[in-house]
Design a protein around this ligand. Sequence first.
Ligand SMILES: Cc1cc2nc3c(=O)[nH]c(=O)nc-3n(C[C@H](O)[C@H](O)[C@H](O)COP(=O)(O)OP(=O)(O)OC[C@H]3O[C@@H](n4cnc5c(N)ncnc54)[C@H](O)[C@@H]3O)c2cc1C
Ligand SMILES: NC(=O)c1ccc[n+]([C@@H]2O[C@H](COP(=O)([O-])OP(=O)(O)OC[C@H]3O[C@@H](n4cnc5c(N)ncnc54)[C@H](O)[C@@H]3O)[C@@H](O)[C@H]2O)c1
Length: 532
Amino acid sequence: MADERSGSPERDGTGEAGRAADPGPQGGGTVDRSTRADDEFDVVVLGAGAVGENVADRASRTGLRVAVVEPALVGGECSYWACMPSKALLRPGDALAAARAVPGADAALTGDLDVAAVLARRDEVAAHWDDAGQVAWVEGAGLTLVRGHARFTGPRTLTVERADGTARPLRARHAVVVATGSVAVVPDAFAGVRAWTSREATSAHRVPPRLAVVGGGVVATEMATAFADLGSEVTVLVRGRRLLPAAEPFAGDAVARSLTDRGVRVAFGASVTSASRDEEGVHLTVERAGDDGAPGAADVVTVDEVLVATGRRPATDDLGLEVLGLRPGDPLAVDDRLQVTSVEGGWLFAAGDVTGRTATTHQGKYDARVVGDVVAARFDPRDPGAVSDDPAGLSRAAEAAAAPWSRYRATADAAAVPQVVFTRPQVAWVGRTEAAARAEGLDVEVLSYELGDLAGATVTAADYAGRAQLVVDRARDVVVGATFVGPDVADMLHAATVAVVGQVPLARLWHAVPSYPTLSEVWLRLLEAAGR
Ligand SMILES: Cc1cc2nc3c(=O)[nH]c(=O)nc-3n(C[C@H](O)[C@H](O)[C@H](O)COP(=O)(O)OP(=O)(O)OC[C@H]3O[C@@H](n4cnc5c(N)ncnc54)[C@H](O)[C@@H]3O)c2cc1C
Ligand SMILES: NC(=O)c1ccc[n+]([C@@H]2O[C@H](COP(=O)([O-])OP(=O)(O)OC[C@H]3O[C@@H](n4cnc5c(N)ncnc54)[C@H](O)[C@@H]3O)[C@@H](O)[C@H]2O)c1
């Protein structure tokens, strides 16, 4: 099932069943693959997460022979330990809260969540950690899956270590794309206590009676929400002063209020300085900073499990990057073509979490589509005379001359990155926060509106509470950032993303009429607030 939900190319409609049976590339011209050795491919992609899968699929569109190397489950983090299982854990609580908020519907509720059923459903959504479906997709797309851990031995050359310890060489004739993702950061204070990372939290088969969550970011807030739903007594230990520091302040404040209202203890200015585990559980020594940041008193918090959600780092430790003159552990810095900037020759690319440029599946897959198209076009093996009517529209000349916002440049990464946090309330934003826009020197107007005042909110829930905010660049009269906080706002975000990417002037947005009575009517109210 994971192939249907993980963000695999098949889900995008980019995986074309039957391509494997079609040896000729689209648009004519055949590629003779018969003379190539088994260890040589046109393109080698490292990592078959959502990003690597999409890169490989797009790169193969002009007939390039593509290998994908993966030591673990095809589908990567998102399918089995991140997006999909975490959302499966959160959705039942959301559905219950939505029904509870509607008088009449609430009367039909006779109990609380069935925890065993929630975990069983999560197992199903995570395909029981079996990648057979995604392997079938990879093979059906005409890609070659190479199982093992890849390391560079030189430019375009690699060795792949298999699970049984044997190794095989691999060579890329044209390009290597690194999509090896990221791993959780676990600070030294937690060494030796078998702390949970997001992997253990999203795949847990037991709900700890007492759970501490360390961190105040996306993983921390989503997992605190999920485990509170499942019945854990949750304590969130936040080093800083607010939750979701990358979002508008009102978003983190709303999530903190809601968690606290539901009995979650949220402690700000709280740093874990040491941890130990015995038969009673995990003991965390927590130092509290005063409002001025000065260290204050320390106390001990005892829990059954501790989830460390203190960020992620690129998975580049063990890729042999040193042979390319790069430093293991560093992110692979790329330009808008996703080409690694510090390696000459135009053959090394990277996409997804490993670049430090994107940290979500959707944005990583956007970059994957861009780099896949760059590679497919630049190294197009077909006779140029035969590809003028390429239905995919890929062209070597167009790639060479590509400008921002073309299909060959990941321009949106700097201007319009959307993020949805599936807490309760949900938090969704795109583009710049007010503070970020001002820090860039933009003269901005901030428009905000309480969602609870909309007719659409009145019918959605008895006490709907939420807020929307637009950040408008006065000089260009366009939206450069938008934030929505409230129940069911996740799907409202895309309209804002379209407005930001399209740089649609407010004067024109005024003609985009939202339906009555929906939450989207907030666009009308926000534009009225801007004087329309
Ligand atoms: C708890 C959690 C929830 C999340 N929820 C969401 C969400 O709801 N929505 C969203 O958009 N994003 C979400 N994310 C972020 C999302 O999971 C990542 O952005 C995404 O998985 C990155 O994809 P990737 O392909 O770059 O990396 P990965 O999915 O990590 O894939 C990398 C692959 O490379 C392989 N690999 C590693 N080393 C090598 C090597 N040497 N050779 C070959 N292969 C190698 C790995 O085994 C892995 O399969 C979440 C993250 C977490 C932690
Ligand atoms: N719904 C989604 O799209 C979704 C869900 C989960 C994760 N993700 C992605 O996964 C990435 C990783 O998430 P994350 O929550 O681990 O990282 P994050 O960067 O969102 O949050 C990390 C938090 O840990 C804190 N922190 C860092 N070091 C610390 C330390 N030593 N002690 C205490 N606190 C510390 C930071 O101040 C921050 O609040 C995110 O960038 C996010 O985009 C996305």
